[in-house]
Structure formats: C-alpha cells, structure tokens
Ligand binder design. Sequence first.
Ligand code: SF4
Ligand code: SF4
Length: 567
Amino acid sequence: MFNVQVDGVWRQFPKGTRVIEACEQAGSYVPRYCYHKKLSSPGNCRMCLIEMGLPKLGPDRKPELGADGKPVINWMPRPQISCAQDVAEGMGVRTNSPLVKECQRGVMEFLLINHPLDCPICDQAGECRLQEFSVEYGTSESRFLENKVKKPKNVELGPRVTLDDERCILCSRCIRFCQEIAKDDVLGFVDRGSNTVLTAHPGKRLENNYSLNTVDICPVGALTSSDFRFKMRVWFLKETKSICTSCATGCNTVIATREDMIYRQTPRENDAVNSCWMCDYGRLNFDYLQSERRLLEPRIFLGNKFAAVDWPTAIAHAALQLKPFSGWEIAVVASGRMTNEELWLMAQLARALDVQLIDIVARTGPGDDILLSTDRNPNTNGARLLGITSEPGAKLPVIAEAVKSGRVKALMALGENPIDTGISVEQLSNLRAFIVMDILANTATEHATVVLPSLGFAEKRGSTINGKGRLQRLNRAVRGPGNARDDWEILRDLLQALTGSNGIYSIEDVFRQMSEAVPQFAGLTLSKIGDLGVQVMQARESPSPPVDPAVSDIEKAEAKKTSGRSR
Ligand code: SF4
Ligand code: SF4
C-alpha cells in the first residue's frame, strides 16, 4: 500500500492503482473523456489534468518530513494527467485547486469550439459527458465567433453504428476498443488539427459482433446505435438489471423500457462474466418479444378446431390429457432456455408422471474467444444440475423414434419446436396429447391439443447458471402480452392439477424448495443471488473451438431459424 495525499488528506492505495482511480476512491471525481478503466490510457483528451507532487528529498536522499510527520510534497510546476500514472509513495494530488479548475475550463472550451451543440436532436442528450462536464467544469458562454468546421454527418460506419463526426471529441476510445477488445483494427483518425475526423480504414467497416460497445463508451453522441437512434429520449426509459439469455455466457445487462416496450439493452459491469461488454447478437435479440407470432391466449383443441379458454380450463384439460398415460407413454422436449425454477418444476412433473424420456434441445452456433459462447442455451448447466439431462440432446433421437413407433402417445414441448428434433408434422398429428408451452407460434403449435402461452426472458423472474457455473438472476423489465403467463406458474398449476396441492405460491417458494434439495443452492435465495451472481459450479470446457466472430456469419446462422431477428 502507498500513502498518497489527495486534496489534503492522506490515504492508502494498493500499488498499481491509477491516480485517477485513487482520486475517485477518495471521493474526488476527476472528469475524463479518453480514459476508460478497461482500455489503455493514451492521455489525449487532457480533461483529467490535476496538480501532482512527489516527496521532497532531503540532503540524505530521504523524504523530508513535516510537522505532522508526513512527507513534505514538492509540487510540480505544471499540471499532469491523472489517467496515465500510478500512485507512488508520498505522492500528493490536488483535484480542485484554482490551477486545475482553470485547466478544466480551458479544455472544455477547446472541446466545444467546433462542437455543433445540437443536443435537442442528439441521441446522447441526457447521458452525455460533454453536457454534464460543460455544466460542471465549463463556462456558460462561448467566446468563439468564427465559423465552426464542418465534418461528415450521418456516416454509416457499419450495419449497426452511425457516426456524426462533428460531435466527435477525438478521445479514441472507440479506436482502442476495436484494437484491444474486439481485435478488429478498423477505426482511425485522418487529417490534421481541427479537421481531424474519425473514420473506418479504407475498404473496412465496423461490423464486428462487438461494434455496439463503441456506442456505449463514446462519451458524446458521435457514435449512435442505428437500431436505437431517434426512437426514445433516454430520460423516459426505465432501467432493469438483468442478464442476456442468448448464449451460455449470460452477460449482465440493463434493459431499457418504456410502457412495456424494450428499446435497448446495454452491458452491465461484472468482471466475473462480461467485464463491461456484450455482443451485438445478444444485445439486439429482443424484437421477437414484440412479434406478431406471440401466443396470447391459452387454447385447447376441441372437436375439430381450437378454442381460446381461460387458464384453469387449459390447465385442467392438459392434466386430463396426460392422466390416462403411463410414464412410458409420455415424453418431454424441454429447453435449455428455461430457468432453474421452471426446470425444477418440470423435473417434479416428470417424477410425478414417472416420465423417463425427457431432454433439452442442444443449441449451438459460432462462438468466439471474447464472450460469445458456442452454447446458445443460457441454462444448459441448470438443466444438468437439476437432472433434466446429462448430455443435452442425447435422448432426442430416442424420443423421436418413440413418437414415430407410436409408443409415446403424449408429448410435452416446452419452449422448443419438436419438429426441429426430427419429429414429423404427421407424427405430431397422430399423438393423443400434444401439449405446447411456448412464446411464439411455430410449425408445431397448430398441431397441439393444448397451447399454453408463456413469457420471454425480459418478462419474467428466475435464475440460470451460465457456462462458467455462475448462478445469475433474470428480472422482469416488461409485462407479458395478452394472457400469456409466467412459465413457472403454468408448470406449478399443472403439477398441482396432477398431484394435488404443492405449497408453492411464489417463485421464492420454488427457489426455497430447490435450495433444500440441491446442495449447490444451499443457503441461497433469489435475493441473495444479488446483481452479480454467485459461483455454484465449476466452469465447463467449451464444447467446440472458438471461431471467427464476424457477425455476418453469426447472423447468417441465426437468420436461418427465423425471418428477421433470432430468438
Ligand atoms: S467517436 Fe466517440 S469514442 Fe470515438 S473518438 Fe469520437 S468521441 Fe471518442
Ligand atoms: S456473449 Fe452471449 S450472453 Fe453475452 S451478449 Fe452475446 S449472446 Fe448475450
């Protein structure tokens, strides 16, 4: 630990702490544009200038001590940047001296000279560092009477990112992110002085699968998300902490919503999972929740047509359809997208019916060595831990064969389309009972005898275990549409209809049951999982080697499954 004086108070900081971080820890926030704690420090914006000093050495080359027994500080005559230097023993720092304030005012004035000041039409307004710092550290007047330099506007840097060069303050965060994190050196500065502009290198586009992180870290409105642009002012958005469910990494997110519409997802810092980043594929994978294919009402097949019914009727009908069959005659195609609570209730249901043929659908896609996992199920580990499967997908051919031979007479499909597992439409039509619980209508839904509409990842609560064995929490950001219902409630009611009262009234009750039976969950509750999750299992090896993260490949693979955005 080093002793450092920050604004007159001596404190201790671990060796290797950046001065700018030490100041923040000491409660003296130093404004910054180019500095980002997960990137290198070029020190080019000059916003973090402070006064710095080192211990004054006596004739014996030892620090001179003052009357208080602390080192006497020899202050440097010129301000120093605080982002590129680590703390040192006996160092002194002033963050609010008249010289520092004058430097901050000067830097703000320089940054605003050519800035278009188009806050009323800028997407960043409301969360813009230039706005915030000009209020806090700048002056309220401009002395600039000359014409501002004109630069390119509305530039498509790639399929998902739009650039306004006039707003760029040349901090180089986006360039460094592409070089250091995305490993795709695609952006750079060209031209000199006031005419310097950010651009993609000739013949290149910002189209890597992490491109939207540049929008997050751009401190101003120069880089905007083409998807979110002009859709909503940020101060109207409600923010909910949750996790991405598009692959086994489970990146921590903030879901921004208004009136039950999701407008964007942004990454939330969790160093045990995703640092500060998330991939574009997962970030944009939420449109399906507002799809026209959403299942909105429980339905049963009566006579020769579907009838929309209320929930008690649908559950009673599903239970009635399952009851005549032995466990030998029932199969379940479950999903690695289901939460632990849903999988747990599913396991109880399978036990009550003595069902052996149960498995989840293994879902894979191209991955990379940054975040994106080849396992596209968010909760494969949960399904393993709760005994639904030991080798995901291994039993599906057996289930398909049993349906084909007529041995299986009742099939439950939970969040999956059994046609994708090798069961034909005709075989589905021949089943005596085919119970579907899902979010979207698919090719199998119209052959169901009971349809139970359920909720998507942003509409419900629950927990999952990511590929590295971390138990994390989903939170409800929006209400589900129509009469769709929380999956755990549907399964709880079905279990109740088949076996009688089970004493489960809330999702907390389900978790409590799990924590009493599963040693890895012992002592935990949903609230104890917290915002950053809890490690409950060992990390598993990635099922296949990493591949090129080019988003075009990823999108092509996903687009095959759905028209438009994938689920
Ligand atoms: S576009 Fe944004 S992140 Fe990139 S250099 Fe300009 S201000 Fe910085
Ligand atoms: S890496 Fe996986 S969990 Fe993270 S944002 Fe992408 S799809 Fe979602």
